[in-house]
Design a protein around this ligand. Structure first.
Ligand SMILES: O=C(O)CCC(=O)C(=O)O
Ligand SMILES: [Fe+2]
Length: 332
């Protein structure tokens, strides 16, 4: 069941294998669902694994996988939680300037009609290293910088493995996507903080969106659920799988794969009692590099769906201001 890694909102629609333990699945001879896949097995994946990766990403556009040692992931989550629990005055040292994408704060406000997200976030460019704006990198908690540095390098390795595996699953040269992103591709970390909300049904922690990135690797809160993915007009809860990362395809991979793999719309909801934290790390191509559908994925049966585009992050921001859906505007 390649697609059973997220739980349907409604009880009766839950995929049956989610009710089983690993032992029960083993007795029944079931294939491990994608939420059990070790990302490291994508190093030299067998054909079945590639097939599964492709079918999961073209139907859901996301999956959960385990990759890091447990204590490593716990450290990353904890440091984010510690930052958000600092006194307001301390966090203000890292405030985002009005029109800046980096720093700590709420939504970037582009119109007075805009509905705002019930969340604060800290956004930092973490790679290339020489583009870091260290004045926005918290000095407290003590190991924030060191841990964020370490985590960015690890996520970069995961992404490299993943992009090669996706390319192979589509019968492309393994470096096809990595070449499009370029040697100096960027990595952006977003530390999301969703405080408890007394009226969770009236707000969203994060409004429905698709990521503008190539791919986003998300470390979910280890105790509080909140991420939902839209598929076939229905919202699915993404369950917490301890010590796993959520891999979420962004718009730029949908463009590069000529629409074969999907950038899913997702949202985050809030909780009346509990705060929630997540850490999203996304990659972006070098801003001056044009990206577009791989030639090997264009043919008579699947004509080119998207034009080539440079600095999609800027296109996305412009669309956000106008209330347009960015990926629609780059269709041919
Ligand atoms: O907090 C989450 O689970 C989702 C975060 C997210 O979608 C994002 O940062 O783009
Ligand atoms: Fe997102």
């Amino acid at each position: 069941m390649a697609e059973s890694f997220v739980e349907a909102d409604r009880e009766e629609e839950e995929a049956p294998s989610l009710h089983k333990t690993a032992h029960e699945m083993s007795i029944d001879g079931d294939e491990p669902p994608p939420r059990y896949i070790l990302l490291t097995s994508l190093f030299s994946p067998p054909p079945e694994q590639l097939h599964k990766l492709r079918s999961t990403l073209s139907s859901w556009g996301c999956f959960q996988g385990m990759v890091f040692q447990i204590h490593t992931l716990t450290r990353y989550g904890n440091v984010a939680k510690q930052f958000f629990s600092l006194p307001v005055e301390e966090k203000k040292k890292y405030s985002r300037a009005e029109k800046d994408g980096e720093g700590h704060g709420g939504d970037l406000i582009v119109s007075h009609k805009q509905v705002l997200d019930w969340s604060d976030r800290l956004a930092l460019k973490v790679l290339p290293e020489d583009q870091r704006r260290l004045n926005l990198w918290p000095e407290s908690p003590a190991h924030f910088r060191e841990i964020t540095h370490e985590y960015s390098l690890k996520v970069k390795c995961v992404l490299d493995i993943l992009f090669k595996a996706i390319a192979k699953s589509l019968n492309l040269e393994e470096d096809s996507f990595l070449n499009q992103f370029g040697q100096r591709a960027q990595l952006i970390a977003r530390f999301n903080f969703y405080p408890p909300c007394p009226r969770p049904e009236q707000v969203l922690g994060l409004k429905p969106h698709s990521d503008k990135s190539g791919v986003t690797v998300l470390l979910q809160d280890k105790e509080v659920e909140g991420l939902h993915v839209l598929k076939d007009d229905q919202w699915f809860r993404v369950p917490i799988v301890p010590h796993a990362l959520v891999v979420n395809v962004g718009d730029q991979m949908q463009i590069m794969t000529n629409g074969i793999i999907k950038s899913p719309v997702h949202r985050a909801v809030t909780n009346p009692e509990k705060l929630r934290i997540s850490v999203a790390v996304s990659n972006e191509p070098e801003p001056e590099k044009e990206i577009g559908p791989e030639e090997g994925l264009i043919d008579e049966k699947r004509p080119r769906l998207y034009r080539n585009v440079k600095n999609y992050a800027a296109v996305n921001f412009e669309c956000f201001q106008k209330g347009e859906v960015a990926i629609e505007t780059v269709k041919v």
